[in-house]
Ligand binder design. Structure first.
Ligand code: GRF
Length: 190
């Protein structure tokens, strides 16, 4: 049976769209759910338009209780028998409670050349440091933030007139390329 993929998002979901499109036709995995942490995530409607069920769990209802929020996510994921999780711009930190549930079955895309610039504001930090290149990384998720075995990276040169936004736009193009290819490679190796 094909692994059943759920994509977790917080925003516009452009990476999610590329993942869903990549799983059309002959692919070793199938998308079953797009799950957001707010009903305002723009990607929810895009998932529906692509024929994939979408849903949300509003993290604000759970306050500081991360385990309860994560249990609500897990309940939605269990309802569709999801077995592989792709984080795609999901902006909530997940604890080991959630991560251990999907041990070895969760991927993330991060807009830096990990292990450099874990966390937020990656492009501004790369520019501030005077780096000559930036990029993005698809990696397996482990309990440590933006850590875990690297599956694929893409490099983007930093230009002399770059701003964080300009750089982010060029890195995003590479994110859209490597996330689908890393997902396929990961599933083929399961
Ligand atoms: C991407 O740059 C992702 O790497 C970062 O947030 C952005 C999400 O973009 N963590 P989108 O929602 O996939 O368009």
């Amino acid at each position: 049976m094909k692994p059943r993929v759920a994509v977790l998002i917080s925003g516009g979901g452009s990476n999610m769209v590329k993942l869903l499109e990549s799983m059309e036709g002959d692919h070793p995995a199938e998308p079953v759910l797009v799950l957001a942490n707010s009903d305002s995530a723009g990607g929810l409607a895009k998932a529906q338009a692509l024929g994939t069920q979408s849903d949300f769990v509003d993290h604000r209802l759970y306050g500081e209780d991360r385990a309860a929020f994560e249990d609500a996510l897990i309940a939605k994921l269990d309802a569709v028998n999801a077995d592989l999780i792709c984080l795609a711009g999901f902006m909530r930190v997940l604890t080991s409670h959630f991560i251990e549930r999907y041990d070895g079955l969760m991927l993330n895309i991060h807009p830096s050349l990990l292990p450099k610039y874990k966390g937020l504001h990656t492009h501004a930090r790369a520019l501030e440091a005077g780096d000559t290149e930036a990029g993005c990384t698809v990696h397996e998720v482990t309990a440590k933030l933006d850590d875990g075995p690297i599956i694929e990276q893409a490099r983007v040169p930093i230009l002399s007139n770059d701003t964080p936004d300009k750089l982010a736009a060029r890195v995003l193009i590479e994110e859209h390329r490597i996330y689908p290819s890393a997902l396929r490679r990961f599933v083929e190796a399961l």
